[in-house]
Design a protein around this ligand. Sequence first.
Ligand code: ZN
Length: 234
Amino acid sequence: MSTIENPKYWAYLQASELLYYKSETQTVIQTPFTPITELIDYIYTHHPDKALSILRNPFITNYELTPICRETLKVCAKRVRIDPLFSPEVGVRHTYFNKAISNEFLNFVGRPSSLTECFELIKALTKTQKNESGYPIFAIALSQDNKILALQKNLSLISKTHHAETLLCREYFLKYRRPFPKHTRIITSLQPCRMCAAHITQMIEEPKVYYLQKDTGPFSRNTLVSHIEVQVEL
Ligand SMILES: [Zn+2]
């Protein structure tokens, strides 16, 4: 039997003659890697010039969207339809598995740090780091017992999903295959957008969010972290 016909969760999108397809046999709950997020990533990274036009087509999934799927779609794609029957009109051309994150800051992981030190670090990185892959936005996951769990930077010119906070969740999940510990704090240069807010609330039980700069764009209003985020001035 084909694995394509019998996965647990799948999503596809048809554009012109091509079908973009991804399936998962594992759960889609409490993971930043779902058929929807991986397909969106694939389309942005492999077809940067026509990604927006491909993503005008609806995704079709056989599962109820998780908050991460739903909010990533709102920020980076367009429409979705749930249909338990797999019924593409053209043959399967692409399947995909993306695990891209930045390994640049792995030496910071495990270091003891405080909230203030994390903000100082983010400010120092913003000044010294060149970032040709997106705006210089950095995010840190800090455990309740003051250890750096992950540090990532925005790579949104590579893929629209590659915000610093989504990459934080991916980094930790790839390493440990589980959500962050309870009460993990997210410290970031910029107020999280709704996609990142969904990642934070799905991957952390009782999170706290601290950011330096307010985002005046529409995607940072009424997010899943609006009630728990705090702007910090240094
Ligand atoms: Zn974001």
